[in-house]
Each structure stands twice: as structure tokens, then as C-alpha cells.
Write a protein that binds this ligand. Structure first.
Ligand SMILES: *[C@@H]1O[C@H](CO)[C@@H](O)[C@H](O)[C@H]1NC(C)=O
Length: 511
């Protein structure tokens, strides 16, 4: 029976790969193919669940319920399931067909457990019949595992719509995947769940394979501990990076060596840039990335090594539709007034391609209307500090930062402040950081009777800032701690997000 099902699954995969290319290559498409239930019964959790159900019935004194009339929804789904079951008598898998009673039991269990009628319908349509699972009780046990990991009803529906096969696995296999992810990634439980919701096919994967794959990736690409932790974190937010766990080894090595050839990177550079390259795993390097890479250079001129790094470090820009790339380029030409200015801005801010032309236009407008720049000055600000071009410059937090910095450094106008050297780094820093340092310098002025004391290193690392005002980092840290909880801080930073705890020496700019 198992062999027969494996044969049909293999057939379906072959069909899918004929239609879409290798299953993993289908970018932008969450793998939503339904797999049929495995037929090896695994008692454990299912039996336990069954037992609990019997016990609760017994405790309620109702005895075992007789089959209650099923809802019209269940009846409708039963019919749908029968219509979708394409196996005809004589088909060599015919023996696997479910009886009407078996179908109904599964459908009713799902509906009772908070799976919506619509989700069950999708499961039936996608897996051509079913819903396939070893038994209603084993299916319920799998759902209990999901709920135990914090899945809401909405999460559960999402998982089953994308990956109906989750419920076709023994519940212990599902909990094994969670345990493997816990051990491998060292993330919080809510983050592990978020990651599974990003890439539901993980919950249909083999936990032993996962446990082998992850150390292999780290060793094969010489990843640092820091890189490994950052990859784990980015998996929570990006399905693309999850490919490191869901693709097979051959695909991963083929994709990465394709990228290495295309970008002309040394092995050491591959290790260093790995967290960015991992975002490109879903795309075939020659087919999808090279045309964009070539297009960028035809528009902007051949990349220097620094340009190359900036584009690799904005992996979204390497996956945009080519028409978007062209239209952003010509839009920027118009907004910036010349081809040269557009090239210079875009080479230094590849993220502008993804942010789009409207963002740039809005920022040019904000620089003129909110910060008093002329059009030429606005263009100049963005050319000098290209990182500003993708920010939301009209946001109140930027207005507050610009006002505070203009006053602090005694500039004649916000425009003058924005055109001054270092303005990009300063405006990028949160007022939690800038404000604490300004307050500290004011405190030193009084204490040391040096009313003119100031520093140009307000937005630099704590180490550099402290060195420039000749104070130990410990003394500053104590002051900062007090300031962060002051009324003045709350007032000044009311438009910033919450203050982030910073490691001494690691205070960096924040977008
Ligand atoms: C469940 O896990 C066992 C043991 O790891 C494995 O042999 C089996 O194929 C898995 N079943 C499914 C449907 O994933």
C-alpha cells in the first residue's frame, strides 16, 4: 500500500516538475501540494487522544454518543470529496479509496476542531479527495500538536490550506519537526511558529533530514556563529531563507555556486555574504538573477567591487521585475534631473529600486516642504546621503530628529543641516541615542565649566563618542541609563519607537 502511494506521489511530483521546473524552483509559490496519508498507523498520540475523548464522554455521563446527524456543511464536503476522488475501480490505488463513513468522520473532526468549511474544501480540492489522514483521531492528534505550539485557529487554517499533508502525518512526526527546529535554531517558541507559518512545508519535512542539513550548511560554507544566528532570525521573516532547510543539498550547492560564478566571488566572500545570498536561493542564478545583474550594469555602468557588494546586500533588488527596474531608472532620471545624477544615486542606494519612484518623489517633496530645501538642494541632499532616499522622510520622527540636530549644531536652517557632512548618519540615529548624548554633553558643559564643549561624533559608536568627550564609557552608561527613563527623554522621543537596549560600543545608526 505504501509503495503504491509513493508511486503516485512520485508521479505527481514528476508532473509538477514538468509543469513548473523542480518543485523548489517555483519561486513566489508556496508549495501547496497535498500528499496522501501514510498508511502506517502510529498509535501513540492518537490512541491517547481517543482515550481522552472516551474519558470525557464517560465523565459527562452521556456514554458513547451515537452518530449524531451531520451538518449540512459536512454533507456538502462529503459530496465534494467523492466528486474529487478521481480513482476509478480498476485503478491500482483503488483499494486506498475512503468509504463514505471514513470521509465523513475526517470532515466532521476537522470542522469540530475549528478548521473552516472553506479550508476543508481547499484540502479536498488540492489533494483530490480525502481529506487524507491516517484516521480522524490521528488527524486530531496532529492538530493538538499545532495547538500546543500556540497555533490560533487562523494559523491552523493557513497551515492546512498551504500544506494539507501536515495532517496526513503521524502527530509525532509533526512534533519532531518542532523539536528539531527548537534545537537547531535557538529561537523562541513564537518565532519557531512564525517561521513554520512562513514556510508550512517545513511541517511536512523529515526531522532527521533537518537535523543533518543545518550543521552541513554551516560547515560547508564556513559560517560564523553570528552568521548562523542571523540566518535563523531572517528565516522568521523571509520564506526565501527557509530554503536552506527545505531544499536538498544538491540544489543548495548548485544555486550558491551559480551565484558565486555570476557575482565572481571568492569562497571567503561567499561565507561573508552568505546571509544575503541565502535570500536568492529560490531563484535560478542564470535564468533569473543574471538578466537583472546585466540590466543594472547596462543602466548604471559596470559595477566596482563596492557597487557589487551593495547590490548583493540588497537581494530584493536582484529579484524585481525587469520592467520595474527600467521604469524606476527613468523615473529617477526625471526626478534627479539627469542620467548622471540618477546613476550616482542608484549605485549608492540599490534599495531605491525596490522602494519605488513614489518614495523618492515623496522624499524630494518632504525635503522641500518640510525642511525648506530648494529643488536643487533636495536633489543634492539625496545625492550626498543616498541612504535617506528610501526613508520615510515625512514621518514625525525624522522631523523631530532634523529639528533637534539643526538646533544642536547651530545650523541656519534644516536644509543647511541636511547638507552638512555626516548628516546621513546623524539623521539615521534614533533620538534615544542622540538625545542621551546631547543631554550628556550639556551636563559636561556645566560640570567642567566648558560652555563650548561639543563633538561631531554624536551619532557614532559609544566608544568613539566617549573618546571624543574624554569620558569613560562606564560614566556615560550610568548617565544614559538615568536619562532614558527621564521625562525629558519621553518627551523628546515620543515619535520614536521604544528604546532598544544597546550593547556598549555597538550603537549604530537605525533606519
Ligand atoms: C514519520 O516519521 C517516521 C520516523 O521518522 C518516518 O519513517 C515516516 O516516514 C514519517 N511519516 C510521514 C508521513 O512523514
Amino acid at each position: 500500500m505504501r509503495a503504491a502511494w509513493r508511486a503516485t506521489t512520485a508521479l505527481r511530483r514528476r508532473l509538477a516538475s514538468a509543469l513548473f521546473g523542480p518543485a523548489q524552483a517555483v519561486s513566489q509559490l508556496i508549495e501547496c501540494t497535498g500528499a496522501h496519508a501514510s498508511s502506517t498507523a502510529k498509535p501513540g498520540l492518537a490512541a491517547l487522544w481517543q482515550q481522552q475523548v472516551w474519558q470525557s464522554w464517560a465523565a459527562a455521563g452521556t456514554g458513547v454518543p451515537s452518530t449524531k446527524p451531520s451538518s449540512s456543511a459536512a454533507q456538502r464536503l462529503l459530496q465534494l470529496s467523492q466528486q474529487h476522488d478521481t480513482l476509478a475501480a480498476g485503478d491500482f490505488n483503488f483499494h486506498h479509496q475512503l468509504t463514505a463513513g471514513e470521509r465523513l468522520a475526517r470532515i466532521e473532526m476537522l470542522l469540530q476542531q475549528g478548521v473552516t468549511e472553506e479550508t476543508v474544501q481547499r484540502m479536498i480540492e488540492r489533494s483530490k479527495g480525502g481529506p487524507y489522514m491516517q484516521s480522524a483521531s490521528e488527524g486530531a492528534a496532529s492538530l493538538a500538536v499545532l495547538r500546543g505550539r500556540g497555533c490560533s485557529a487562523a494559523d491552523m487554517n493557513l497551515l492546512l490550506r498551504c500544506q494539507a499533508s501536515i495532517i496526513g502525518r503521524p502527530a509525532s512526526n509533526v512534533s519532531d519537526v518542532f523539536a528539531a527546529l527548537d534545537d537547531m535554531l535557538q529561537l523562541s517558541r513564537p518565532d519557531i511558529l512564525r517561521l513554520c507559518l512562513k514556510q508550512p512545508s517545513l511541517l511536512a519535512s523529515d526531522s532527521d533530514k533537518l537535523r543533518q542539513r543545518w550543521p552541513w550548511v554551516q560547515a560547508h560554507y564556513g559560517l560564523s556563529k553570528k552568521a548562523v544566528a542571523s540566518l535563523a532570525k531572517s528565516m522568521v521573516n523571509s520564506r526565501r531563507v527557509c530554503a536552506l532547510l527545505t531544499y536538498n543539498q544538491d540544489t543548495i550547492t548548485a544555486r550558491l555556486s551559480g551565484l558565486q560564478r555570476l557575482f565572481e566571488l571568492s569562497d571567503a566572500e561567499v561565507s561573508k555574504l552568505f546571509p544575503y545570498l541565502a535570500n536568492l536561493l529560490e531563484a535560478d542564478p542564470e535564468q533569473h538573477i543574471r538578466p537583472r545583474w546585466d540590466l543594472y550594469q547596462s543602466l548604471l555602468g559596470n559595477f566596482t567591487p563596492a557597487d557589487k557588494r551593495r547590490f548583493i546586500m540588497s537581494p530584493e533588488s536582484l529579484q524585481l521585475p525587469e520592467t520595474t527596474i527600467r521604469s524606476v531608472f527613468s523615473g529617477v532620471e526625471q526626478l534627479m534631473g539627469s542620467t548622471g545624477a540618477a546613476q550616482s544615486l542608484l549605485l549608492r542606494s540599490p534599495k531605491s529600486f525596490g522602494a519605488g519612484i513614489k518614495r523618492l518623489a515623496t522624499n524630494l517633496g518632504a525635503l522641500q516642504q518640510l525642511y525648506g530645501c530648494s529643488l536643487q538642494q533636495a536633489q543634492q541632499v539625496l545625492l550626498r546621503t543616498s541612504q535617506l532616499s528610501t526613508y520615510v522622510l515625512e514621518a514625525p520622527k525624522f522631523q523631530c530628529r532634523v529639528a533637534a540636530l539643526t538646533k544642536w549644531y547651530g545650523h541656519a536652517s534644516p536644509a543647511a543641516m541636511l547638507l552638512a557632512p555626516c548628516s546621513g548618519r546623524r539623521v539615521s540615529a534614533s533620538l534615544w541615542l542622540l538625545g542621551a548624548r546631547m543631554a550628556f554633553v550639556r551636563h559636561l558643559r556645566l560640570e567642567r565649566a566648558k560652555p563650548d564643549l561639543n563633538t561631531g561624533k554624536l551619532a557614532e559608536t559609544t566608544e568613539r563618542f566617549c573618546r571624543s568627550v574624554r569620558v569613560s564609557e562606564e560614566e556615560y552608561a550610568a548617565f544614559e541609563q538615568r536619562w532614558l527613563s527621564s521625562f525629558e527623554a519621553a518627551e523628546l522621543c515620543r515619535h520614536e519607537g521604544p528604546a532598544h537596549l544597546r550593547v556598549v560600543g555597538a550603537a549604530g545608526p537605525e533606519p
